[in-house]
Design a protein around this ligand. Structure first.
Ligand SMILES: Cc1cc2nc3c(=O)[nH]c(=O)nc-3n(C[C@H](O)[C@H](O)[C@H](O)COP(=O)(O)OP(=O)(O)OC[C@H]3O[C@@H](n4cnc5c(N)ncnc54)[C@H](O)[C@@H]3O)c2cc1C
Length: 472
């Protein structure tokens, strides 16, 4: 892993939002008003006279699930890195979430169990935000749309308009500006456009139809089945706010069907509890099935799901992890970028999506503040963003590919086999050794680049620890 990529990643992670940046645009348009789009709009609000977010869902309701984000009823944990970055752009959001009943969870209130072993404490003060996804989005939206130059156009983006090799406008159709029922079609002139339309974004198709390069789509088929339910959280659990149980070295917990379970103490004194299975393993549709699975997990999950049910089981299936290689595309229009799940959406179990979106916002700020020519394609932005996507992809898709190959008995090149063996040693050693656990968690929580795991001292320690465990 080249040192420069690690350094670049770390500089993005450490970057503070710049002050007093010049206004570059008259109108910037963000297509998609979810987490990635809202954070991009926050960045653009410093650099455009006005920012218009085009969003087809009516987002006026507080903290409610909506059809444009079909995954929003599932567990969403904001990783320590994502929380820090969102805070940098929108200071105070975590406190506001806590004031609304969400939990900011430090190591003292976490249970992390791998293969029934409780992970060694890493000595770091990592904090997760345990909050319902709709509430988090509401809080982020309230702050972004309170900015005087940001507005929301209630409409669906339907295509782009171009002039002189650059995007110059966004076509839209929809209710328009808040008048329910009345459909409007139109064209918004914009001198910078962001695609934040999520994993089903149509941008690639539009580009192909409009004579530009369609970014290569890479897919890793790794179906995941989520089931999430809500339970009352009796006050008798003050000592625990996040519980995670993962099968690391064997495919499933004994009940069959569940490979990962997570419980987050969220607003309204509730436990948001998720069970996940790979492939054809479905973790249940009814509360009885859900509780039966929990009985085979570490005991804490039976305790957590004993309370009254405040929302029945909601399921969600995602067929693949996918990324679009914009940095490779030869011919793209200028003044156009893509962020969030529209560029890469991972196996959600790694919890990387919102943190990645926050870091894409930092890439956007860095690109806009350093670019000398906005009238050519935003290749520099996509290269910078690729560093972030590669880092997240290496962790989640890398782990999935190893699992799938092992399940199918696929022959892999010796170099890949060796890399995977090393990763297994690190993951195994992280269960018992605080130094390895710290390095491993920093990468899993997206605070550091995966390249930092290939430190010779750390590798030696991981190898010695796993040899020691094997000898017992
Ligand atoms: C089951 C599951 C669990 C997850 N758990 C976690 C987790 O624990 N932690 C984490 O960080 N991430 C998690 N994620 C990922 C997370 O949901 C996303 O990364 C996050 O929502 C940011 O995505 P986004 O804003 O790019 O896209 P989305 O949230 O998918 O939003 C896309 C937006 O685009 C809008 N849109 C669509 N079409 C158009 C159009 N034509 N014009 C204009 N707007 C349009 C939609 O209405 C929507 O508002 C999970 C994902 C899944 C599927």
């Amino acid at each position: 892993m080249p040192e420069s990529v690690v350094t670049l990643f770390e500089s993005l992670v450490g970057a503070e939002p710049p002050h007093d940046v010049p206004v570059l645009f008259d109108t910037a348009c963000v297509m998609g008003g979810s987490i990635a789009g809202l954070l991009a709009a926050r960045v653009l609000s410093d650099r455009a006279r006005q920012v218009v977010i085009v969003e087809p869902d009516d987002t006026s309701a507080e903290a409610e699930s909506r059809s444009g984000v079909p995954q929003d009823q599932q567990v969403h944990t904001l990783l320590p890195a994502g929380r820090l970055w969102i805070e940098r752009w929108l200071p105070g959001v975590s406190q506001e979430a806590q004031d609304r009943g969400a939990s900011l969870v430090g190591p003292d209130k976490q249970f992390v169990g791998y293969d029934d072993i409780r992970q060694a404490p890493d000595g770091l003060d990592h904090q997760f935000l345990a909050v319902g996804r709709p509430l988090l989005e509401t809080l982020v939206r309230a702050r972004v749309t309170a900015l005087p130059n940001v507005s929301v156009l209630w409409a669906q983006a339907t295509g782009l308009r171009y002039g002189d090799g650059a995007v110059v406008g966004v076509r839209f159709a929809g209710p328009g500006n808040g008048d329910q029922g009345e459909r409007a079609e139109g064209d918004l002139a914009a001198d910078f456009v962001v695609d934040a339309m999520g994993r089903s974004s149509r941008l690639s198709n539009w580009l192909r139809q409009d004579g530009y390069d369609q970014p290569r789509l890479e897919r890793l088929e790794s179906p995941v089945n989520y089931a999430t339910a809500l339970f009352e959280r009796p006050v008798k659990f003050p000592e625990l706010e996040v519980a995670t149980a993962l099968q690391l070295f064997t495919p499933q917990y004994p009940s069959g069907g569940v490979s990962v379970a997570a419980a987050n103490a969220i607003e309204e004194q509730q436990w948001l509890v998720m069970l996940m299975g790979y492939g054809d393993s479905r973790p249940g549709r009814t509360i009885d099935e859900f509780r039966a699975h929990c009985a085979a997990l570490p005991a804490i999950f039976s305790d957590i799901t004993r309370g009254g049910v405040t929302r029945e089981v909601v399921t969600y299936r995602q067929a693949d992890s996918r990324r679009r290689h914009f940095a490779e595309a030869g011919r793209l229009p200028a003044r156009l970028v893509s962020v969030g799940d529209a560029v890469a959406s991972f196996n959600p179990i790694y919890g990387q999506g919102m943190s990645s979106a926050a870091l894409h916002a930092s890439c956007l700020a860095s690109y806009l503040d350093s670019s000398t020519d906005l009238d050519t394609a935003a290749t520099e932005f996509f290269r910078l963003q690729q560093v972030v996507v590669d880092a997240a992809w290496a962790v989640s898709a890398g782990g999935d590919a190893a699992r799938i190959d092992a399940e199918n008995g696929t022959e892999v090149p010796e170099e890949v086999r060796q890399q995977r063996r090393v990763m297994e040693q690190i993951a195994g050693a992280a269960l018992v050794d605080a130094d390895v656990s710290r390095a491993f968690n920093n990468v899993s929580y997206m605070l550091r680049h995966p390249g930092t795991l290939f430190d010779p001292e750390l590798l030696e320690k991981a190898a010695a620890t796993s040899e020691g465990a094997a000898a017992k």
